[in-house]
Design a protein around this ligand. Sequence first.
Ligand code: WT7
Length: 662
Amino acid sequence: MTPAQNFNEEIFVTEEVLQSSHTYAPSDAFRVTANADESLYAEATDDREGFWAKQAAELTWATPFDTVLDWSGAPTARWFVGGRLNVAYNCVDRHVEAGFGSQVALHWIGEPGDSRDITYAMLKDEVSRAANALLELGLVAGDRVVIQLPMIPEAVISMLACARIGVVHSVVFGGFSPAALRARVDDAAAKVVITSDGQYRRGAPAPMKSNVDEALAEAETVEHVLVVRRVGEPVEMTEGRDLWWHEFVGGQSSEHEAESFDSEHPLFILYTSGTTGKPKGILHTSGGYLTQAAYTHRVVFDVKPDTDVYWCAADVGWITGHTYIVYGPLANRTTQVMYEGTPNTPHEGRHFEIIERLKVSIYYIAPTLIRTFMKWGDHLPKAYDLTSLRLLGSVGEPINPEAWLWYHENIGGGRIPIVDTWWQTETGAIMIAPLPGVAATKPGAAQRALPGISVKVVDEVGAEVAYGESGYLVIDQPWPSMTRGIWGDPDRAQEVYWDRFKEQGYYFAGDGARYDEDGDIWLLGRVDDVMNVSGHRISTIEVESALVSHLAVAEAAVVGASDETTGQAIVAFVILRGDSEAFSDDNDVIVAALMKHVSAEIGPIARPKRILVVPELPKTRSGKIMRRLLRDVAENRTIGDTATLADTTAMRVITESLRSNS
Ligand code: WT7
């Protein structure tokens, strides 16, 4: 059960949440060696900018900054103004120069069982080669490169190579369709695409390069495609455009002098779904982003670079992979695990086997995976030695107390802290989380804004709600890793994030939240038309557009329905066109075709779990679809208040037609 998924129309908090008032204090041993203590909160409140300047000073700057924050162009901030640095130098070279070249940066494990250990010295050489290759292709600082790669070291190397020469990367998750890839390539006017011949998926090679070829047909901006050989399947190479990574990058010099860039130089674009049909390219820049990535990674995960083995099991195609696989951990000279495959390949104990083998000490995953482990059974974690673990993290969606407690007991052995971390693509780095050596943690609560960060839970008109009450989560002070806007649409960020509480100047996150009686924060899920499926953001409108782009569909309405494993599942209601029998007179055949169609349009992550064919959709008098009522149907609940429906017979017709169909 996920607490209060349906916040937009009604706020409800489950019994389970209210009852789980038990807290878990850190052990003394953890507390005394922790990177952060309680005093950080006061330090940050007393002098916010001084506090952030101190965090920024942990990085190596080629030119020191003269102003911490320039907020005169709000809501576009400039942090560490006047400073110059090289992000890749900070993540790689400086550790080698400090004598840590032989420390493993990445313990990489491939899905078929192959592995590579990459030290910081090796990483420096590889990143330099890739940087030289991109320069030879004619790229200059400010150009854009799109990266669609599986979870292989070349993904990290490519990102850092771009950063090293001031080129902006846009990583596209491997599961996105050619159409979605093409939209991102065009939006950023990318000159180079980096991909691989294929990717392992549940034990077998699946194509990747051929998807890229399809995406790039007549793409106007792309001059070259770099292809990493991963699975060894034959691919078509376009003469003059396509180059093999092992030949072209492999043949470059490993010497490259990193030049410095302005603190506000663009670092990357990452697309995320909002409340419209078109994904937004979220822009992040260099100095502020890296400062908060490194700081949060240091204090929330309590990382000790000399002893810890850290594993964030995200994909680099999402913000979690950017900030907590690439930039934060590497800036902090972390040794980490990078795993290519799915958690159940070749068997369901795979993650635990890796933790045991590599003595992983910090493990960061999403609640959907915890719930999947619960389903697979307690016997799996029990079969492995997980005593190397000393800290667990959770991200991506509200963690229900039941999953928290299972995680605590079965993976953490009942002895180690869990940090529930709330943040977004737009925030760039963690904003709300308990500090593991400080907080007595509460199952299900992200608890408290980090030192240096300020958030509030407010009501409709922007007034802070009392303890024990729910409302909207807002961020009321600028922060270093905040997005610098939407790529190609400079005015849109104001409207999307800041207009809702314009008078107060608050950033509206799109999430509902609640203060408990102690003032701790509980996240309640999205309050807009964004669904959260397995910790991935998908807009209802994006899926609806994909459905209506199929000739058989007249109208579609999509809702996120509570799902035991994935948090929410996509449920679509479609009205077929009068002549849809031209496609088939069998609804099952049409439904199967529609599922495939959405997969092809957006990607398998957007494929609805259920598609229900209905004769009508419930609408308000102004024509707005009442998703709340459809969610009632999708979650098998009694239909709620229909007072605002234009035509109350609509819901009866829908429920009756579904009953007679099943
Ligand atoms: C949305 C952001 C942050 C990296 C992964 C997702 C939800 C994220 C939590 C959490 C409750 C969470 C929110 C947020 N979310 N973390 N710990 N507790 N909800 O990044 O794709 O930008 O999605 O994910 O709804 O707005 P994203």
